[in-house]
Design a protein around this ligand. Sequence first.
Ligand SMILES: [Mg+2]
Length: 275
Amino acid sequence: MRRPSGLFVYTFSMKKLLFSFALLLLLQQLSAQTMQAQHTAAPNKLLPVLWHQHAAEYRALCYQAFNLAELRLASIKVKKHKRPLAIITDIDETALDNSYSEAQSIKTNAEYNPANWKNWTSKAAATPLPGAVAFFQKAKQMGFHVFYISNRDTSEVSATLKNLQTYQFPDATAEHLLFLSNESSKETRRQKVAEQYDIVMLLGDNLNDFAKVFEKKSIADRFAETDAVQAEWGKKFIVLPNAIYGEWENALIQYKRGLNNAQKDSAYKAQLKGY
Ligand SMILES: [Mg+2]
């Protein structure tokens, strides 16, 4: 068998080398594009997080919600009720501010994931929403029992209690914390409270904090259900502002799971209402 000449071997190797180099460049480019696609969601959170942390309007909205809630409670005659009265509150972005966790994700270009979230809550470092502690303490003084219904995991109870106790939230005991165990819906936990108490007020930043009827609904149906109980907003239902995240985001993508950030971005943009 004839051996290839030295020139042939050299040319062949050069071709191979160039091909490998081109392939490497292509792979690098693809990987960069994938990385970019994975992180396109982060800029979407930038302004909402800054609004949450730096807009005085956000603070004013929190004060407005708690001031109104206090007025509503003042109009209830506690002693005339046969059963004890309760108010139910969500925790995240209703009692405690977790925008630090979101800000850290943007700063480090990290995606939200349960491990990052747990790392944050384990620090018990969330701060109260403006006006929250004063409101809940006042409610307690007025004779209302406070229940914290949160979709934080049951493994996060002790760190959350520590966080709430640090700021002297009332009823910050394990008996008053109903965390996520086997279902994300809060309905069963609300019913559990209702077995012994009359629930006179619910506070939350997400429609799912108020009633089952809002769960897993399309955007149009969320609007319709919100309109159907128009008189309850600012009365029995007290809403806190949260532009950073919420069920409304899932409604925008029809509750589809597994979409990458680029796919989410295009779904979001497709729903912009221009003129
Ligand atoms: Mg919340």
